[in-house]
Design a protein around this ligand. Sequence first.
Ligand code: AMP
Length: 191
Amino acid sequence: MNIILMGPPGAGKGTQAKLLEDTRGLKQLSTGDMLRAEIAEQSPLGLKVKEIMDAGSLVSDEIVIEMISHRIDHADCVKGFILDGFPRTVAQAEALDKMLHEKGKDLNAVIQLSVDEEALLARIEKRAAESGTVRADDNAETLKKRLDAYKAQTAPILPYYEGKGMLKTVDGMADIDAVTAEIASILDGAA
Ligand code: AMP
């Protein structure tokens, strides 16, 4: 089963993806995590994307499409994968359709975690305070920029999947357990 988890930064996509890995054996593929790993390694790609990411802007479609295309061929994706943070533009969504078709794979569900922006800011601040180590892109100003990027570039993907009858929306502000249960019922229905 291959799914997309969508929602603005801080909506809880990462948390839910980890739970789905444990319960269903799916592999979480987070383009944000992959890019941060490149930065940590100071690879040529990491050096190229660091400034863009620190500013809360999106890296080029080409870079992330290539990364995902490679990654889904790995053996750990054989039971399926959860895309977290990809696709983020309509061009990425179209490229994903094409690549899955070419690889003989399907998309089973697109789940959007919806949020309340003010509550989201409070959640991000709490996450930063609790972790002690603040992610460079986790301060309020950058979050605002990432939310704006989400609204401008990523939210337009929603009608794309809605038009295909694939989009399901879950209240991302609910308790983690309630969100998990709702996602489970959607996936059981899609299986
Ligand atoms: P995330 O951890 O998913 O919030 O991603 C962190 C940052 O990585 C984003 O603010 C972007 O700079 C970059 N990024 C991650 N995924 C993508 C993507 N699919 N397209 C473009 N940029 C991305």
